[in-house]
Ligand binder design. Sequence first.
Ligand code: DP6
Length: 421
Amino acid sequence: MGSELEKWVLMVTARTPTNIAVIKYWGKRDETLILPINDSISVTLDPSHLCTTTTVSVSPTFDHDRMWLNGKEISLQGGRFQSCLREIRARAQDVEDEKKGIKIKKEDWQKLHLHIASYNNFPTAAGLASSAAGLACLVFSLAKLMNLKEDNSQLSAIARQGSGSACRSLYGGFVKWDMGKEDNGSDSLAVQLADEKHWDELVIIIAVVSARQKETSSTSGMRDTVVTSALIEHRAKEVVPKRIVQMEDAIQKRDFPSFARLACTDSNQFHAVCLDTYPPIFYMNDTSHRIISCVEKWNRAEETPQVAYTFDAGPNAVMIARDRKTAALLLQRLLYNFPPQSDTDLDSYIIGDKSILQDAGIKNMKDVEALAPPPEIKDNISTQRSKGDVSYFICTRPGGGPVVLSDESLALLDPLTGLPK
Ligand code: DP6
């Protein structure tokens, strides 16, 4: 490390996806190390629509660790950030950048300070697993900056200590978080079951449901569940282990009916243990329930599942359609049941991969208004069509894991000052 004259800034920028669990993690056996009471499985979402970008930098001129999220400075003092930073610094290696004439010895990392800037390409307030992508990206980008030798699975055990679900964002495609057996958490890590190309017909539509109140955080919700629910132990010990085996098999065989049945029933059971928590936790609302009914009616009418749904700790629905054709039919149904408010334009109501909208034959609001009721609800006169219950829909698909962005123009920090651009 150099003299006071040295003013260099070394940085790395990376992009990391979010993930949605299809077999849920809910409940910890160790709160500090973040060790779960059961395995879980997730699908990684395409980072072009939902991801976190993070730039991490180091310079002898920085006098303390600092972080900015979406342009606003936030504190790094929390225990979870501190765990991640400590674990990464402990594994840091020598780094040399010949072009810039920078040499950092591994022991120097304990004294050098970091600047970190992170940005989500989706609204943080929408409740779309922003912490999972954020913590995974922090760990991944720091690991690259400090030249760690660990693979993504070993890095996932560090990200896990930032937020449990973050460990599954270290891989693309289909990912399992193995709960592990060790008390020190060394075997509680993510493994990739299959990459995103393995089952690329799947299309994912997320309904961002308008929520009125702030929800119970996952961390405190699951703590209350473990302490008060009589059902959670049965779920963790008896139900989930069998579902994990079945889900791995369904993914491997691309067996959509089994995949959908497992994903839907596991989401429903997670919300059932929330209701069994005392005081009860309600994450889904009326709109969420109506989305479930809409999908269930259609699946039943078709006699085999067309779409799976799953809900995390909030009212948003994540729907997984078996292929593009089905996704177009799903979008028609969703737009029929949940039309946009009169002052909303279609372009901001359906975001992400808009080509699904074309497949559905919908070009403008007139086409939405002209939608006929889907055949499975023809006789049901009580169907509500209230506007404004869904804020917007995101069309996406399974996607890839973390990547380093080598294009320096994508960095969130200024290369000379190390401050947000
Ligand atoms: C419902 O990972 O947010 O999304 O480990 O306390 O940070 P902490 O909780 P978090 O919980 C996620 C819960 C879930 C299910 C899942 O993602 O598996």
